[in-house]
Design a protein around this ligand. Structure first.
Ligand code: SF4
Length: 521
């Protein structure tokens, strides 16, 4: 139920409002009972502070917001303070906490530090990420209203080309983008939006049409509420490969449900897309899956004999090890099943110790395991991920063990992707428009997929668990439990990949498994 307090606008709320005013309204007046997911990543802000020697923090952990504002005000008047970290300001109902405020005589530079590698505010850039620029421009506006003279505005973000050698080189780690002029240009728009958001009433939720905005620039936390108002087979959630042009065309024709698709309202779509979307309609309407006759041909090169490979990774924003770059994938675990046909299935696995660069030990173990399977396809699901993991291993091996690097190149070249085989040949109501392993495996394998019972049941949870182990946040007997849970999860992924492969090889049984009651399809 909505509370009656007035909107106070921080930069995160402002950005939420820009994405969707209803999202802002929910955040303020009807937030989730269990709060929002905490941010998982270590941010770059702490690391960037070393670029400003002598800087002092305007905020203290656990302090009330008013204390931070008072501390910041005190530092502003201290000429011996060259920079203020987390400088807190309030003006009327606006709040801003600036990552770094750097003194330049009588005025200040506003610096936003982003844990992102790709940002180019130039209009038309593929990585313009406008929400970052609006974030800075909002802070700039709050400071202007608070009477703080700002000389220039900047975004510091991680340099994807930086490679660590020894101590962190902060000058090379961060790229600096000046956005002073852009912030000035955006000011009138920001001012209008601030007025609009501050005027939100607890009594009236703003209207908002769910769609692409719900996933960009961030996944909205309120999708469950808004999507529940849509038809069960809503085109946004229940079609696959529906690009934004197609969605717009269908929406212009008044189509909301996949079941409403017909030859007329899909006429503008390219032939391939139209055929595919109409197949989805038939599958949802009848509950019977579509299984293409070409499936057998597409499976032909995939064995058996076949190998099934899956990695779990960490991707630290701030490189921890020599030779690594921001967000580089570092595989810390793999699972490998080898299948020679019938019930001849063997399993190999490796989970790195949590302390050091995991790649070299993992690479040697993997190459050793694959010695049992020197030729033949190595199946993965969404293979670009596995290939990028092997690339990361090659990069590490190339520094000290060229023979190992050559072996890994051979591994990478044998990786093939089962996902496009499934998405090109099978449509089933149970997939609910998704071809992720977590959607496909339960539909094909039923309760045997095992994800529901697993202590760790997705890649993000695995990543968090390994980071917790590495940071010593897990101790004592719990360490072994978590390591076993990690091993069980990764093994389940390759086992399910193998089971999925086998299920695809028997289209009649596959059709039976995937047939759903139309009432629940
Ligand atoms: S789910 Fe979409 S429509 Fe609903 S509040 Fe979020 S962004 Fe807005």
């Amino acid at each position: 139920m909505a509370s009656a307090r007035a909107v106070r606008l921080s930069k995160s709320r402002y950005i939420a409002g820009r994405q969707c005013p209803l999202q802002l309204w929910y955040r303020v007046y009807d937030p989730p009972a269990d709060g929002f997911d905490p941010v998982f990543w270590e941010g770059a802000e702490e690391t960037a502070r070393a670029l400003f020697p002598g800087g002092r923090s305007g905020s203290a952990p656990g302090a009330a917001g008013g204390d931070d504002i008072a501390r910041t005000a005190s530092l502003l008047t201290d000429p011996g303070c060259p920079a203020i970290f987390e400088a807190a300001f309030a003006h009327d109902r606006l709040l801003a906490v600036v990552d770094v405020l750097q003194r330049h005589g009588e005025s200040w530079d506003l610096i936003e530090v982003k844990t992102a590698t790709r940002y180019d505010p130039t209009r038309g850039s593929a990585v313009s990420q406008p929400h970052i620029t609006y974030d800075v421009a909002f802070q700039r506006e709050v400071l202007r209203r608070a009477g703080i003279p700002v000389r220039k505005s900047w975004v510091y973000h991680l340099n994807p080309e930086y490679e660590r050698r020894g101590e962190l080189d902060l000058e090379a780690l961060f790229r600096r983008r000046e956005v002073t002029d852009l912030c000035e240009e955006l000011a009138p728009q920001i001012q209008a939006e601030i007025e609009e958001f501050l005027a939100l009433s607890p009594a009236t939720a703003p209207a908002a049409e769910p769609g692409s905005r719900c996933r960009s620039p961030f996944e909205c936390d309120f999708q469950d509420r808004c999507f529940a108002r849509k038809p069960r087979h809503w085109i946004f959630t229940h079609l696959n490969r529906l690009n934004h042009h197609h969605r717009r065309w269908l929406a212009e024709g008044g189509v909301e449900s996949v079941l409403e698709l017909d030859a007329t309202n899909t006429a503008r779509l390219p032939d391939g897309a139209r055929r595919r979307h109409l197949r989805f309609r038939d599958v949802y309407a009848t509950g019977r899956p579509h299984i293409s006759p070409e499936l057998a041909d597409d499976l032909e090169p995939l064995g058996p004999p076949s190998a099934y490979l899956d990695f779990e990774t960490i991707s630290p924003p701030i490189p921890r090890f020599d030779g690594t770059s921001p967000f580089q994938r570092l595989p810390f675990q793999y699972s490998l099943h080898l299948w020679w046909g019938d019930e001849d299935l063997r399993h190999f696995e490796y989970l790195a110790p949590a302390a050091d660069d995991p790649r070299l030990g993992l690479a040697r173990h993997l190459v050793g395991s694959l010695a049992h399977f020197p030729t033949g396809p190595i199946l993965s699901y969404n293979a670009s991920f596995e290939r990028s993991c092997v690339d990361s291993l090659i990069r590490r091996a190339g520094e000290s063990d060229s023979a190992l690097a050559d072996s890994l190149i051979g591994v990478r070249d044998r990786i093939v992707d089962l996902l496009p085989v499934v998405s090109a040949n099978v449509i089933a109501a149970g997939f609910k428009g998704s071809y992720s392993m977590k959607a496909v495996a339960p539909a094909v394998l039923g309760e045997g997929s095992g994800y529901d019972e697993a202590e760790i049941s997705d890649g993000l949870a695995a990543q968090r668990a390994f980071e917790d182990l590495a940071a010593g946040r897990i101790r004592g007997g719990r360490v072994e439990q978590v390591r076993l849970a990690l091993l069980a999860y990764c093994k389940l992924d390759t086992l399910n990949l193998h089971r999925l492969h086998r299920a695809l090889m028997d289209p009649r049984q596959l059709a039976r498994s995937l047939t759903a009651d139309p009432a629940s399809a």
